[in-house]
Design a protein. Structure first.
Length: 169
């Protein structure tokens, strides 16, 4: 069994091992399961734009954690599980670190605009193109945003806008 992890959507998937033919440089000749998984997890990005992914070879049976320990599992399998766990923990840490940085940047922007309050004072940069996080792509002549969002999502002003839009003032 193989575990595949996508760094874009933070998905961990289990796919079967490849048991087909290999080329002279040990690359699989027709690994349709992995090709299908990779294609589904490109999310419209090119190979240069995509943050990537990892495939972990995982030997053995499905493992259940009972009482905080891996029961009945060989040392090599436990090491593989710990390796996957450490990779996922690092990815999670990176996400939280990025969110903290975005909150700090949004707070600086909020203070720079003298704490605007919706609807009395408008934020001049609210959902402005300069506050877009992620890539901007052109598809067939039209600018299309990727699946990211605005820095404004991390700003206290966004909370005021959301509350007012729901009819609570």
């Amino acid at each position: 069994m193989r575990l595949c992890y996508c760094y874009h959507c933070k998905t961990l998937s289990k796919i079967a091992d490849y048991d087909g033919e290999y080329s002279f440089d040990s690359e699989p000749l027709n690994d349709v399961l992995l090709e299908n998984w990779v294609q589904r997890h490109m999310h419209g990005f090119t190979e240069e734009q995509h943050p990537g992914g990892r495939v972990f070879a995982f030997q053995g049976r499905d493992i259940e954690v009972q009482g905080g320990r891996l029961d009945g599992v060989g040392v090599d399998i436990a090491n593989e599980v710990e390796h996957v766990r450490s990779e996922l923990a690092q990815a999670g840490h990176d996400v939280f670190e990025l969110k903290d940085e975005l909150k700090d940047e949004a707070q600086k922007c909020f203070l720079k605009h003298k704490r605007p309050e919706y609807p009395d004072k408008k934020c001049i940069d609210y959902h402005d193109d300069s506050k877009w996080l992620g890539r901007k792509e052109k598809i067939e002549g039209q600018r299309v945003h990727t699946q990211q969002g605005y820095l404004c999502s991390f700003c206290p002003y966004e909370t005021n806008v959301s509350i007012a839009r729901r009819g609570y003032n």
